[in-house]
Design a protein around this ligand. Structure first.
Ligand SMILES: [Zn+2]
Length: 293
């Protein structure tokens, strides 16, 4: 009975489907520049698989210093008494809490700050890579944190991770979250028109994520409209619905998937650069451990 309750948790509500996370992370790794790519290629499957982990943490109700895992995956930027481009929303967590109160702040979401936290951990892990007597675990730590950071960066690019009406519940379009970000994408996975991954300067990662969220919010109205038009005269979400929905919504999904993969690659390169560009060998050298006496 308990297991059934856990499995019934609404994990699919606010997440690119796990398969979409894996797809995006794979794409980002394939687009990395040659000075870091072999390091990730050596454990590509491991990183791709773990980029879905943060959604599993929500299923089991994991908590961290900031609270429940769930709000780490979104920021409902339109729930904060401001209008686009939301310049009055504080970007500093303490100022954000001071303005809205802890309960409302946490309910709106913490995605930019969670991404910033993981970015800091990745920079630290890359710095450890540059130390002479590093332990054997350091390389996989850096890879694992890269996978987790990729997840949050990907989430920031989903329109429905940026708004209160995250599942169409306010406009009678229930289930739009997964129809757009999972079902539509998986139905078209083989024929998606994506732009090549481009590594760009990131600057401050928190600001970078805020920028992605503001852009995500700006796309919601068009996706909702596409859904409304596609449901007209239909009783079920069938192939015809997805064809009609996709005619307007698929280009938006393709743009966000393209942007997300480029953002993940950019953020990984930025963290490595901030760490002083340590050498990232594809394989750990296997010199035998010294016997301590
Ligand atoms: Zn997520």
């Amino acid at each position: 009975m308990m297991a059934a309750v856990v499995l019934a948790a609404p994990v699919s509500i606010r997440a690119w489907g796990m398969d979409v996370h894996r797809f995006l992370t794979k794409r980002a790794l394939d687009g990395l520049p040659s000075d870091v790519k072999p390091f990730f290629d050596a454990r590509r499957d491991f990183i791709v698989e773990h980029s879905a982990d943060p959604d599993l943490w929500r299923v089991v109700g994991l908590k961290s210093d900031l609270g429940d895992e769930d709000p780490n995956h979104f920021l409902d930027i339109d729930a904060l008494d401001d209008v686009p481009p939301f310049t009055h929303v504080p970007h500093d967590w303490k100022a954000f809490v001071a303005k809205y109160g802890a309960e409302r702040a946490n309910k709106a979401g913490r995605l930019p700050w969670r991404a910033e936290e993981m970015y800091g951990r990745l920079v630290a892990a890359f710095r450890d890579m540059g130390r002479p007597n590093r332990s054997a675990y350091v390389a996989d730590n850096a890879r694992y944190i890269s996978a987790v950071l990729a997840h949050y960066i990907e989430d920031a690019h989903v329109p429905f991770h940026a708004v209160q009406n995250y599942d169409g519940q306010e406009t009678n379009q229930h289930g739009i979250h997964s129809r757009f970000e999972t079902e539509l994408v998986l139905r078209n996975l083989q024929t998606l028109k994506l732009t090549p991954v481009a590594v760009r300067p990131v600057g401050n990662v928190r600001e970078f994520v805020f920028g992605a969220i503001v852009e995500s919010q700006s796309l919601v109205a068009d996706v909702l409209r596409a859904d409304r038009l596609a449901t007209e005269g239909r009783a079920v979400y069938d192939d015809g619905y997805y064809a009609a929905f996709g005619s307007r919504a698929l280009p938006i999904a393709e743009k966000r998937l393209s942007d997300a993969a480029s953002a993940v690659a950019s953020v990984i390169v930025a963290a490595w650069t901030d760490a002083g560009k340590p050498a990232l060998p594809a394989q750990e050298s296997k010199s035998p451990a010294r016997i301590r006496r």
